[in-house]
Design a protein around this ligand. Sequence first.
Ligand code: ATP
Ligand code: MG
Length: 262
Amino acid sequence: MSQTSLLLEGRGLSKAFPIEGGVFRHQVGSVQALRDVSFRISKGETLAVVGGSGCGKSTLARIISGLLPPDAGTLQWDGQSMAGWRRLDRARRIQMIFQDPFASLNPKLSIGTQLREVVRLAGATAAEERGRCEQLLKSVGLSGDALSHYPFQFSGGQRQRIAIARALAMKPALLIADEPLSALDVTIQAHILELLKELKKTYALTVLFISHDLAVVDSFADRVIVLQNGGVVEEGPVDTLLSCPRHAHTRALLDAVPRIPD
Ligand SMILES: Nc1ncnc2c1ncn2[C@@H]1O[C@H](COP(=O)(O)OP(=O)(O)OP(=O)(O)O)[C@@H](O)[C@H]1O
Ligand SMILES: [Mg+2]
């Protein structure tokens, strides 16, 4: 069954960042952002990564997407090491969306220019480009008119839709979403979450979903890993983990969720 076949496996991933101080910015220490983190994501699965601020979620996402090299540990894609992958090898398989959609959109270029660039990289011919860009925008609920506009002309939710379209242009198997809703208004969050659910089905996406919001994780993820101080403290299927958390940190995260009375 495709649901159970392994897509990505991380083993023993660690990363430390230097802390600099003084006028000459000497290294005065280091922060261990990730310590010995291992995880597995099956094809078609949505794995949520949760944990308090600074626990290493974005560091893990950046390592997987190739934006950051790990100090130690390995990544395997479909059973093969990712060590020798070039940027394009990764970009064709793994795409990322961010909390702030501005992080993935160039403010100086029109949406059309930015989408065409990626669509071309993904192998579209000049004749196919425009149609493909329009189709991508349609799949995220926007019209082709957006192509001639610039990022500042859109609302936060619309920008996130464009960032998602741009990520999908490479036809990735894995979408990493690093807090994609937290910069948006609550009603817009619900729309973007619905869109992600729909796209997950349409494009048979595997998703690594980073979130503070356990209510969202509950409705979107299949499995969860909980990070604390850079290490995995608990993992399991979303239902079990949220209904019977074993680790004190998971319980604390759950206690922080505002409850809607039954
Ligand atoms: N480029 C960097 N240089 C120095 N320290 C960093 C860097 N990136 C992250 N860190 C530190 O590593 C730790 C983990 O950071 P990371 O951004 O991965 O956490 P996070 O779980 O994504 O937090 P948040 O929920 O606030 O987004 C933090 O202590 C952070 O300050
Ligand atoms: Mg983060």
